[in-house]
Design a protein around this ligand. Structure first.
Ligand SMILES: C[S@@+](CC[C@H](N)C(=O)[O-])C[C@H]1O[C@@H](n2cnc3c(N)ncnc32)[C@H](O)[C@@H]1O
Length: 214
C-alpha cells in the first residue's frame, strides 16, 4: 500500500472529522486507550512541562497529557486539517482548557521557534506524507534530553497476524494510512534510550526515545 498525497489525505480527514471521535475506538479494535496510555506514559511528563502533539487531530491525546502536565504546563497541537482542528478547538472550549494552543501546518515543515520537553505523534506517522522530515522536525523541537514518542497501527510480521495484513491494509486505506511503514527503525539514528513495544499480534506499536543533545 503506497502513501497518499496531502490533498487526498486532507479530503479524507474533512470527512473523518465528523465521525472521528466516536469511530476511532471501534476502528482500532479496542487498542486506542492502550496506545495513548503507552505513548504518553513513555514521555515521562511532569507538572509544568511543555508538550508538542504533532498531527493532533481532534485532540484525543489532550486529556491524558494535561492530566500529567497540569494547568501550569503548556500543550501545542499541530495538524494540517482545519476540519480536525475545529473539532480540537471545540474540545478545548468545552473543557475550558486555557493552556492549549492549536496551530495549522504540515508536520514536515513546522518551525515554531521554541523547544518542548516532549513531542509525540499518535496514529499519524503512517499518514503524514513526508514522515521522515516530520520526525526530524519533532526532534528539532525538543529541549536537550526531551522525550519523543510515536504510536500507530501497522502490518504484523507475526505468524498469525501475517494472515490478516490484508485487513490491516484495508483499514489503513480508509484512514489514508500506509501500514507498511517502519518509522521506529529510524529512531536509533536520531535519539538515545530508544524503546519499542508492539502488541495485538504486532498490529500496534509504541516507540520513542530521548533527544541526545543533553
Ligand atoms: C488518524 S488521525 C490521528 C489524529 C491524532 N493524532 C490521534 O491520535 O487521534 C491523522 C491526522 O494526521 C493529520 N495529518 C495528515 N497529514 C498531515 C501533515 N502533513 N501534517 C500534520 N498533520 C497531518 C490529519 O489531518 C489527521 O488529523
Amino acid at each position: 500500500m503506497s502513501s497518499f498525497d496531502q490533498t487526498t489525505i486532507e479530503r479524507a480527514y474533512q470527512n473523518w472529522a465528523k465521525v472521528y471521535d466516536w469511530l476511532t475506538p471501534i476502528y482500532l479494535l479496542c487498542n486506542e486507550k492502550r496506545l495513548r496510555r503507552e505513548a504518553i506514559g513513555s514521555l515521562h511528563l511532569q507538572s509544568g512541562q511543555t508538550v508538542l502533539d504533532v498531527a493532533c487531530g481532534t485532540g484525543r491525546n489532550f486529556p491524558l497529557i494535561l492530566e500529567k502536565i497540569g494547568p501550569s504546563g503548556r500543550l501545542v497541537g499541530v495538524d494540517y486539517s482545519l476540519a480536525m482542528l475545529a473539532r480540537a478547538q471545540e474540545r478545548i472550549e468545552h473543557e475550558g482548557w486555557e493552556n492549549v494552543e492549536l496551530i495549522q501546518g504540515a508536520a514536515a515543515r513546522i518551525d515554531l521557534g521554541r523547544e518542548f520537553d516532549a513531542a509525540l505523534c499518535t496514529l499519524a506517522i503512517g499518514v503524514i506524507p513526508d514522515y521522515r522530515s516530520a520526525l526530524d522536525q519533532m526532534v528539532a523541537h525538543l529541549k536537550p534530553g526531551g522525550w519523543l514518542a510515536i504510536g500507530d497501527a501497522k502490518r504484523s510480521s507475526g505468524l498469525y497476524g501475517f494472515a490478516f495484513n490484508w485487513l490491516a491494509d484495508l483499514l489503513g486505506y480508509g484512514a489514508a494510512e500506509d501500514m507498511s511503514r517502519r518509522p521506529w527503525e529510524s529512531l536509533g539514528e536520531m535519539l538515545g534510550d530508544v524503546h519499542y513495544e508492539e502488541w495485538f499480534s504486532g498490529f500496534f506499536y509504541v516507540s520513542g526515545g530521548r533527544a541526545q543533545n543533553a
